[in-house]
Design a protein around this ligand. Structure first.
Ligand SMILES: [Zn+2]
Length: 208
């Protein structure tokens, strides 16, 4: 792992077409400056590597008795890819097999675990990963599944976190919750810098 090669995740995602700058709003009507779609990111295997390095670096030096044993993600929107990449990276760095599993969202039933994946969670130290945490339901689903199956969730790592989940409320300490990008959201209108800029433009034109 080359620690000196720290990535600028936003710049890199923008370069790959996975993040687009603009003026967007979320379901809760908050405004944001970026639209993120990691389907334009995961195919770029060479560029994905440094992101995965950033996500695993905290865990590769752990002693065997506290090492991550299983990685879980919400399986939609490429979460299963990310789970596998992170688990494989941990396996490579530590020389210990780290399993990769994913939860699945059953319409009407919520997030569940299938395929006998329970055995990789029960009594195991688990890392939860997610690509983009938007409203947080998928991430929360994976956390709940890991815990209810008897896993000991050690932390949450994501690529882009819009800050909808409150780690403390889910029994995480701040040092158990990391994201490569902490996305900023604003209330529409006066708090949103893009809205503010547009309002300024309108005033300027109206004054002429
Ligand atoms: Zn706005």
């Amino acid at each position: 792992m080359n620690k000196a090669k720290k990535i600028n995740a936003v710049e890199e995602l923008e370069r790959l077409g996975a993040a687009q700058r603009g003026h967007f709003f979320h379901n809760d009507l908050s405004h944001v400056e970026w639209s993120v779609d990691l389907r334009h990111f995961y195919p770029q295997t060479m560029e994905v590597g440094p992101f995965v390095d950033e996500m695993v670096h905290r865990y590769i030096t752990r002693a065997a008795h506290e090492a991550i044993e299983t990685v879980i993600a919400p399986g939609e929107n490429g979460g299963n890819i990310l789970s596998h990449l992170v688990a494989y990276s941990l396996t490579t760095y530590t020389g210990r097999q780290v399993h990769a599993v994913w939860a699945e969202n059953e319409p009407g039933c919520g997030w569940r675990i299938f395929h006998g994946f329970e055995k990789y969670l029960q009594g195991k130290r688990v890392l939860v990963v997610d690509g983009v945490i938007v409203d947080g339901r998928a991430t929360q689903g994976a956390i709940n599944i890991a815990r209810s199956t008897g896993g000991f969730v050690q932390g949450v790592e994501s690529i882009w976190d819009w800050g909808s989940l409150k780690p403390m409320e889910m029994r995480f300490s701040p040092d158990q919750w990391h994201s490569l990008v902490e996305g900023k959201r604003w209330a529409a209108g006066i708090d949103c810098p893009t809205c503010k800029a547009m309002a300024a433009d309108i005033k300027e034109i109206a004054a002429k």
